[in-house]
Design a protein around this ligand. Structure first.
Ligand code: TXA
Ligand code: MG
Length: 382
């Protein structure tokens, strides 16, 4: 695996970018920074290249990938029947952390990218290096997050190396990702903007921008919006395929059985650290007390315990490991720090992690969505 840094000197950066682009143009797979998380890119038109992405990640082949473009006009070659609402969203939020699910133009990308669906997820990233790389490679890049399946998404180049060194052609290092959580995935159907995955662009942003044109609904995936409902890797990494999940939702008799959440950590395994995580939410004072109680109890059971706390509460905990994930007053700082903290939990060999909840407004919604997944549904509301 080659390591390129785009930031040392302008000249070196240029040369590195060219080499990385050449590797992509030759059918290789290269990790690169975006404003959300690092992606693992490959030519979206090449089944061979896309196959390498799935293989490197250990991702089941029926979970579709996001296609990254460098220019809004590139949508036309990938998609058809792009509606007024989608156009408005692109105009307002691109470049940026918003992914749109649109009808795919037949033959535009490898069928591996769409997992055989008739839609394709498209995104125009804001990160300059990402766009320069896509433009230099001269092809749309299929790019899931550059982690091994089941690991937190990488927000730094060294996270990519931890997971994928030796399995991919290269990593382009552009420093830490800004948002720290994956893009918002939406699908517009019958005049409603369904949020399949909350992310960097918040529901509030979407509604404010779209005004009366459409209603924004937190769907997190339903059978009406898309059979591949998960819109994240949870299905892929739990060992249940997206298709199985979809069928489960589509078959009424199975749907009933699926209604109560099944064994926690099955559907929501994706962002999980190796240790067991408990999420504590509610009134801040009671939350701190309950988190401390849970940490103490686990400690008494001889477990290796850590607490994921906000900056405001960090100093109040008595525990062997207290990891800070940003400020409650600024949830964007917590979003940026979360995945690195989850990786640190693994490095410390923690087997029990108590995480504080955050206010759910704005990016807080995406943050809490990822924390809930990491906790595999274990949540104490106090
Ligand atoms: O911020 C991001 O979106 C990052 C960076 C690298 O751009 N990428 C990313 O990709 O998070 P990935 O593959 O880890 O997550 C994309 C999710 C997939 O889990 C998939 O379920 C959903 O988007 N998706 C892709 N194509 C879809 C489609 N046609 N319909 C519904 N969901 C789709
Ligand atoms: Mg992912």
């Amino acid at each position: 695996t080659q390591y390129w840094t785009a930031s040392s000197t302008a000249e070196r950066g240029e040369a590195d970018l060219k080499e990385a682009a050449a590797a992509l143009a030759a059918g290789g797979v290269v990790a690169f920074p975006t404003e959300t998380v690092y992606g693992l890119g490959g030519d979206a038109r090449s089944t061979e290249a896309v196959g390498k992405i799935f293989a490197a990640k250990g991702r089941p082949s029926d979970n579709p990938l996001i296609v990254h473009i460098a220019d809004e006009a590139d949508v036309e070659s990938l998609c058809e029947r792009v509606g007024e609402i989608e156009r408005t969203l692109m105009r307002i939020f691109w470049p940026g952390p918003l992914t749109l699910v649109l009808p795919v133009r037949p033959g535009a990308v490898s069928p591996l990218v769409t997992a055989g669906l008739d839609t394709v997820a498209v995104r125009l990233p804001e990160h300059r290096l990402a766009r320069d790389l896509i433009a230099a490679a001269g092809c749309p890049l299929a790019a899931p997050s550059a982690n091994r399946s089941g690991r937190p998404s990488p927000t730094e180049a060294r996270h990519v190396q931890e997971d994928l060194d030796g399995r991919i052609d290269g990593v382009l290092d552009g420093g830490a990702a800004g948002v720290g959580l994956e893009s918002t995935v939406v699908r517009v159907l019958d005049g409603i903007v369904h949020v399949l995955r909350p992310g960097g662009v918040t529901a509030e942003h979407l509604q404010a921008a779209i005004g009366d044109l459409a209603e924004v609904r937190q769907s997190h995936g339903t059978e009406e919006t898309n059979p591949v409902v998960a819109a994240d890797d949870s299905a892929a990494d739990s060992g249940i395929s997206a298709r199985e999940l979809a069928e489960e939702r589509l078959l009424p008799e199975l749907r009933q059985a699926a209604e109560p959440p099944r064994s926690p950590g099955v559907k929501y395994a994706h962002y999980a650290p190796r240790g067991e995580m408990l999420l504590v939410t509610g009134d801040p004072e009671r939350m701190v007390a309950e988190a401390q109680r849970a940490a103490d109890e686990a400690r008494r059971q001889g477990r290796r315990v850590g607490v994921l706390a906000c900056a405001e509460h960090e100093a109040r905990y008595r525990a062997e490991h207290v990891l800070r994930i940003g400020s409650r007053a600024e949830p964007a700082t917590a979003a940026r720090a979360l995945y690195a903290a989850l990786r640190q939990c693994d490095e410390l060999g923690l087997d029990y992690i108590v995480a504080e909840g955050f206010p759910e407004a704005g990016i807080g919604a995406a943050l809490m969505n990822r924390l809930r997944k990491a906790a595999g549904g274990r949540e104490h509301r106090v």
